[in-house]
Design a binder for this molecule. Sequence first.
Ligand SMILES: Cc1ncc(COP(=O)(O)O)c(C=O)c1O
Length: 409
Amino acid sequence: MSGIPDLHTEVAPFEVRDGCLCVGGKTVVEIMSGVGSVPAYLYDANIIRDRIETLRKSLPDAMSLHYAMKANPMPEVVNLVARLVDGLDIASGGELEVAVKSGCDPKAMSLAGPGKKDWELKAAIDAGITINVESPNELERIGALSTDGSANVALRVNPDFELKSSGMRMSGGPKPFGIDSEMIPDVLKRLGELPVHFRGFHVFTGAQNLRPESICDAQVKSLELALDLSKHAPSPPEFVNIGGGFGIPYFPGDEPLDISSICENLGQLSAKLESAHPGCELVIELGRYLVGEAGVYVSRVIDKKVSRGHTYLVTDGGLHHHLSASGNFGQVIRKNYPVAVANKIGSADTELASVVGPLCTPLDLLGSKMELARADVGDLIAVFQSGAYGYTASPHLFLSHPPPLQLLL
Ligand SMILES: Cc1ncc(COP(=O)(O)O)c(C=O)c1O
């Protein structure tokens, strides 16, 4: 799309009409005039649908695709995605409620994450949702709650390897996630003594990876590990979840992930699992790859000022609504998300400007020194790649400004 700063890769195929960005067939000017005076996250249902359908065509038929709700738990988004995938990965009791209401089969849902409360474990047991066990203590607590033996459990394994070149590494070495692989044989032995039903293994090595060879390497190692550990299990695994890690291009120089070799690799792994454990499901769980590129965060320019030669566009949105675009959600060196003046896409009249928010902190930055269409007070600023880890990953209460809206269009 023209008008998006050159150094960023092409963003998702949002329509542009007469220089105005469209989401779900409507211009952002129309949409924003209907939402009142607050910024909004806008999610394009067709872009989500296309992304999932395209991915599914490349994945081996025999395997299962789960949606990690933490990426975007908005109920309307979950309801849409649940119809297009095979299952849901849930991270809390709150997400569990949304997941159950989506109509997805509870047998195809799993609850993962450290520090699960008793009420969350109980809710999962009652609903028939598989619990990915994160520690030996947690297994004991599940055993005590599963008085009728109905708890479905899988062991989340912390392997001794990591997902190389990942934005977020979640395995290898000491980690709060999962049970160290060398402890698993003993934990499986104990599991066999408890009134719980063993379903399989969960290995999640990391997130936000744009290197296919690293993802393939972790997938191969994860399956090998699960096959090895299954020798100690009380019954053959019903599924092996080898995580995800598929990244999306956020920053200048990032290239979209080429999934062809990953899908080919998954084909081989799926065949390998089938020959070792016929009928056992191979699962991957993805969040941002399914929804991240389908969302834009739109705020309004409230003030325009020049300070010692540098132009600032001051908006009604910022860090409190979109922590990750501000660079404060895991970035070591701050980089810009793709940003554009949403009602002036493709304008040849540009200027160098920084987009800031209304908070009294220099961290409240949505775009630093970007070449943008010349904007005025009242113009709309779009931050792309905002469909995941945006709304729910931000401190809305900070400085008591109103929260943003969310719309699925
Ligand atoms: C266990 C687990 N599953 C899935 C995800 C989703 O990752 P992503 O949104 O990068 O696909 C995460 C992210 O941290 C996770 O911890």
